[in-house]
Design a protein around this ligand. Sequence first.
Ligand code: PMT
Length: 399
Amino acid sequence: MDLQNKNILLGVTGGIAAYKTVELLRLLKKAGANVNVIMTDSAQKFVGKTTFEVLSENPVLSDLFFDTESSVKHIDLATRADAVIVAPATANILAKFAHGIADDALSTTMLAVTCPVIVCPSMNTNMYQNIRVQRNLDILEKDGWHILDPDSGALACKTVGAGRLPDPWFIFDRALAMLTKKDLSGKKILISAGPTVEAIDPVRFVSNHSSGKMGYAVAKAAEKRGAQVTLVSGPVTLESPVGVERFDVETCEEMADQMLANLDHSDIIIKVAAVADYKPIDPKTSKIKKKDNNKGLSISMTENLDILRLIGGKKTKDQFLVGFAAETDDLEKNALLKMQKKNLDMIAANIVGSSDSGFKADTNKVKLFFKDGSFFDIPLMDKNKVANILIDYVIEKMG
Ligand code: PMT
């Protein structure tokens, strides 16, 4: 419920993409927001008012004089809003916004809005690229409104180009970022996530069950809180978090190279990745054939580089280093030992092996230990929430 107690004003104007705004409304509601919708007349030609009314659980404002129980309803909505999203935004409404024209419920309300605004232009490519539309977008951007560039692709008008409304989850993600406190602003954070993979032969490998969910949650949370985030990721199936620079690696050696290349300019380093501790000494270049001699197969392994320990040995006094510990038993003892051996400022220890925490799960139960001897228990909860609490502690301990 990331948007609990937030009032979001959702402006809908007359574009074919108005149907996607229904899904955006659903995401906002699911996140706990109170959503009030304002529709223009042309928006209602694409999607009925009732749909937005039922899903928002609020009356839709579309006519300043006939619709409302109060003659100043629009001022009330504008004053109470924590954020406004206009999606889709037509060329017409952009022109009105840019020039302060107030001739319908939405454009009039927007003149009274003082909170952050996201505008999502969506229209035919030629219209979008038209110099007047671009000029209006420039004006709005200079006024401090956030313009989400449209996606490119096949449009309803049978042309291909820029003009599609971005996916609702993307608009939602950016609204969430806009409403999140920017307590990591100016900080550079280096995060590793996912597993590493060490080849046995061209078709087989040594790895682990890391899905990347925990590390990606930390990267997402840090980006939303204003950090410049670099994510070094082992092979996972997750989408890159918005606004994060991502480097894909496979092996421990590749992960080490990428982490070290980004180390010097990082203020905070958080190593969530599950690195393979051992790798085959002699990976084969062709597939090992199965032999029917009942003798089994032995693979000689050698220890991999400990990336975290290496970084612990290099870090400066201004850098804050966080490790994770995945344990099946003796959580505290093993975590504390790792924190000391690897010269960490903090370690997040989780018990792995159960279905609701550790590897692959959407939730995690983590115990944070700090260099100063203090600790904090994070009960079982969504990995996104765990990530935010972990960041709260990084900020507190960094002073
Ligand atoms: O990805 P998910 O499915 O969401 O699962 C999340 C997680 C269980 C992978 C995550 O919460 C976690 O515990 N990550 C650390 C996994 C791990 O490798 O733990 P470890 O105790 O073996 O290693 C301790 C620390 O040293 C880790 O920060 C690890 O990144 C680092 N390390 C370990 C070995 C090595 N060769 N190099 C390292 O840098």
